[in-house]
Design a protein around this ligand. Structure first.
Ligand SMILES: Nc1ncnc2c1ncn2[C@@H]1O[C@H](COP(=O)(O)OP(=O)(O)OP(=O)(O)O)[C@@H](O)[C@H]1O
Length: 343
């Protein structure tokens, strides 16, 4: 091995050790998982990266660690205000300077963030925004000013598949993110997604004008998860079958998804009568009741929540905190079961 390449690999090892220290210090995780370190090293070195990782695979760490490794700002584009709020709250609890900008905030809170961004040395490390905000000329000119001062270290695009018209979640405002490369040149872009077939992947890379990106694809195999399909038509009584299944799983934490609110109420009442600690959750309940159902489920006071998809939107970021995760799709044609323990 030549002396220069030895120096280079030593340098990389030391850099990786420093990144692991950041991970341990700020997040309490002992090692990087899957391909996180490769993504982090790529963007820190200034390279674009396309990162395909399963849900819960730890994509956020790929931009949160870079944000902690250098002063300046990491801009995170996120499609849902609820997700931004959750992430920012979790980061603040860890003492990390993160904020989000959205219409749900007071003008005072927004002004405070803008003041920090405009000051000589912003304290902010992570700024979460929606794609709609990026598309406004006022915010884009603020970004160009930050960029001109050399303070924009990375742009992370979460749920990047939303940019693709081929994707199932196409969102027109994501398309406008294609101007980021020309307006903010030389800032590395990290595109993150859990759902990208090759056509979508190509579309994301082209739309965002990623240059020679490092393409990372993690395995989607999670041996602790299995799917089982039971045909409702073939069951004598689906409610009884579900009750037996839940009881046979022991005291697991579970979600039962239903298509309709009335089915949630009906099934929850049935499970309760059968001695399963359970509550319904859907958009027809007021927010106070919804959050008390969520709190009881997270703290294991309630074992099972019978919910519409409203449940996923409100508490998606808490799933990984739960020891057992047993969602069951309880729809017209079939019942689909997924069981996992942690990740
Ligand atoms: N290296 C690691 N070691 C242990 N746990 C980790 C590691 N990296 C991330 N995690 C944890 O994994 C969980 C999921 O992480 P994260 O929310 O970043 O996943 P994600 O890929 O963004 O998921 P989603 O697709 O739902 O957005 C979090 O609780 C996080 O703290």
């Amino acid at each position: 091995m030549k002396a220069s390449s030895r120096t280079c690999s030593l340098h990389l090892r030391f850099a990786a050790e420093a990144l692991v220290k950041l991970l341990r210090w700020h997040f309490g995780h002992s090692e990087f998982r899957g391909r996180q370190l490769e993504a982090i090293e790529a963007v820190i070195s200034g390279r674009d990266c396309f990162c395909l990782m399963p849900t819960g695979g730890g994509k956020s760490m790929c931009y949160q660690i870079p944000a902690l490794s250098k002063t300046g700002i990491v801009l995170v584009v996120c499609p849902l205000i609820a997700l931004m709020e959750n992430q920012v709250m979790a980061l603040k609890e860890k003492g990390i300077a993160a904020e989000y900008l959205s219409s749900t905030q007071t003008a005072e809170a927004r002004n405070k963030i803008h003041e920090d961004l405009e000051c000589g040395k912003p304290s902010l490390r992570l700024l979460y925004v929606t794609p709609e905000l990026i598309a406004t000329p006022g915010f884009m000119s603020k970004l160009t000013r930050i960029h001109a001062r050399g303070l924009l270290n990375l742009i992370a695009i979460d749920e990047a598949h939303c940019i693709s018209t081929w994707g199932h979640d196409f969102r027109p405002s994501y398309r406008k993110l294609s101007s980021l490369r020309s307006r903010l040149p030389n800032v590395p872009i990290l595109a993150l997604t859990a759902t990208a077939v090759p056509k979508v992947q190509k579309d994301v890379i082209e739309s965002l004008c990623l240059q020679d990106p490092l393409v990372l694809k993690s395995s989607f195999d999670r041996p602790n998860i299995y799917y089982e399909v039971r045909y409702k038509d073939l069951l004598n009584d689906p409610y009884v079958d579900l009750t037996t299944l839940l009881k046979s799983c022991g005291h697991v934490c579970a979600i039962v998804y239903c298509l309709e609110r009335t089915t949630c109420d009906d099934l929850a009442a049935h499970l309760l009568k059968s001695g399963i600690s359970c509550a319904a959750y859907h958009a027809g309940l007021n927010s106070k009741l919804r959050s008390s159902v969520l709190d009881d489920w997270i703290s294991s006071k309630t074992q099972v929540v019978v919910a519409t998809v409203a449940f996923g939107y409100d508490c998606i970021s808490n799933f990984s905190e739960v020891e057992y995760y047993l969602p069951l799709e309880f729809c017209c044609a079939h019942i689909c079961c997924v069981q996992s323990s942690g990740l």
